[in-house]
Design a protein around this ligand. Structure first.
Ligand SMILES: *Cc1c(COP(=O)(O)O)cnc(C)c1O
Ligand SMILES: [Zn+2]
Length: 421
């Protein structure tokens, strides 16, 4: 039995029980069905100590998930990623306690695997045979992989500018991929997805809440793991790359769950980071916009961080509240800083991230510059996606190595002045 009491629409307040197989609010108001748990029963069924005996991956925290039966779980061993103390990077930034949560190590190379493992497990439990997604690539690649594992048909609508590396990955997992031209500010892939979901019986499985309530639960496990890896302590600040603000919301809810069962006390400050080339969520934060009325970005996204290009932050309402509740804040960073963050992560810590994956670090670099971060604070930066996801970007920034004759004198002459990027 899952410990879910019911689901409640964030817009109209309608309640649903799991037995009704809820996915989207039936009033078609695009409210998110927020899942409410019975924390008293969870804390009676499970203690921190029970966790020690379990495998370190997403399903270690089964009781905090909406899935009823362990038999429905569709897994590729997602989660269970290391929290790495980054000494060289910390030194370069003038910090003492910097940790990287390395989500690049997930099965398909991004944290979205946590979300899709939960979402596809629910699709199986609810009896769906085909799923549809709108995504810039990572969520789609992830859904395709879990769909392959579960034998679920997957249709993926992606924007025309999706990097080739992501397209290749997605197609090879066996998804039916369709590229859609993005001409106005409105995301056309979402329109396509919505129609297949509402009129053709497809299970919608994007990584944001109004179309699927279950994948947010997967992101919670990042918070669970960070708390456990810090011996049930909490860091001072967590830097989070932000697109639709679902990841931000999931992280907040993970810490909320842990507070509710009494395993931790308090919250880290959550810090949302977007590129200045597409920053509707950060703008909403700065302008103190009404969470239920966030203004979409007026133009098609223009950023190297292709994983953060939602022109409307679908979970921005919950994301803004997460910033308020945790005393957090939002930062927009230019693409040049994101590119620098990619280089620093790779050359100081040996972690290759795609631009979206390094945006959290770019945010920290800006926060350090603006003195919002003290040198002794414990800081966690989420590194959300692998560098090999976007080979075109890598080819653009890597310096072409010199070419020599097989002659050691020539090599030594070059090495004298060799400067790394
Ligand atoms: C999806 C994604 C994000 C942002 O997550 P949202 O839930 O859309 O805010 C960040 N980094 C990477 C690599 C992603 O794929
Ligand atoms: Zn509703």
């Amino acid at each position: 039995m899952p410990y879910v009491k019911y689901l409640k629409c964030s817009k109209c307040g309608s309640k649903y029980h799991l037995s009704e197989r809820p996915v989207m609010c039936s009033r078609k108001d695009l409210g998110r069905l927020d899942i409410l748990y019975d924390y008293e029963s969870i804390s009676m069924a499970l203690s921190k100590e029970d966790l020690f005996k379990r495998k370190f991956y997403v399903w270690r925290y089964f009781e905090f998930m909406p899935v009823s039966s362990e038999g429905s779980i569709v897994s590729l061993n997602e989660g269970g990623t290391p929290l790495i103390k980054a000494k060289r990077l910390a030194e370069a930034l003038g910090l003492r306690n910097l940790y990287l949560k390395d989500e690049t190590r997930n099965p398909t190379g991004s944290f979205k695997d946590r979300c899709m493992s939960v979402s596809v497990s629910m699709a199986i439990e609810l009896g769906f045979e085909k799923a549809v997604i709108a995504s810039s690539g990572n969520a789609a690649a992830s859904l395709a992989a879990y769909g392959a594992r579960a034998g679920l048909e997957v249709v993926a609508f992606v924007p025309h500018f999706t990097p080739l590396g992501k397209l290749a990955q997605l197609s090879l997992y066996g998804a039916r991929v369709i590229r859609v031209k993005w001409v106005s500010s409105e995301d056309p892939t979402v329109l396509m997805m919505r129609t297949l979901a509402e009129e053709y019986g497809y299970y919608p499985s994007p990584s944001f809440g109004p179309f699927n309530p279950y994948q947010l639960e997967g992101s919670k496990t990042i918070a669970f793991e960070v708390a456990e890896q810090m011996n049930w302590g909490i860091p001072s600040q967590i830097f989070i790359p932000t697109g639709s603000a679902s990841l931000l919301t999931g992280i907040y809810r993970g810490f909320r769950d842990l507070n509710r069962v009494g395993w931790i006390n308090g919250y880290p400050m959550l810090v949302a980071v977007q590129s200045t080339g597409n920053a509707p969520f950060i703008r909403a934060w700065i302008e103190k916009q009404d969470p239920m009325n966030i203004r979409p970005w007026e133009k098609p996204p223009a950023t190297i961080a292709t994983g953060l290009e939602d022109t409307f932050p679908w979970d921005g309402d919950a994301g803004l509240r997460a910033l308020y509740e945790t005393n957090g804040y939002g930062l927009a960073v230019p693409d040049e800083l994101i590119a620098n963050a990619v280089k620093l992560l790779a050359s100081y810590e040996g972690i290759l991230a795609e631009p979206s994956g390094a945006a959290g670090l770019a945010g920290l670099m800006k926060a350090v510059e603006e003195r919002i971060v003290d040198r002794d604070e414990s800081i966690v930066v989420l590194v959300t996606g692998h560098g090999l996801k976007d080979p075109e970007f890598l080819l653009k920034i890597f310096p072409e190595p010199p070419l020599i004759n097989p002659n050691i004198e020539e090599a030594l002459a070059i090495l004298k002045n060799y400067r790394c990027s």
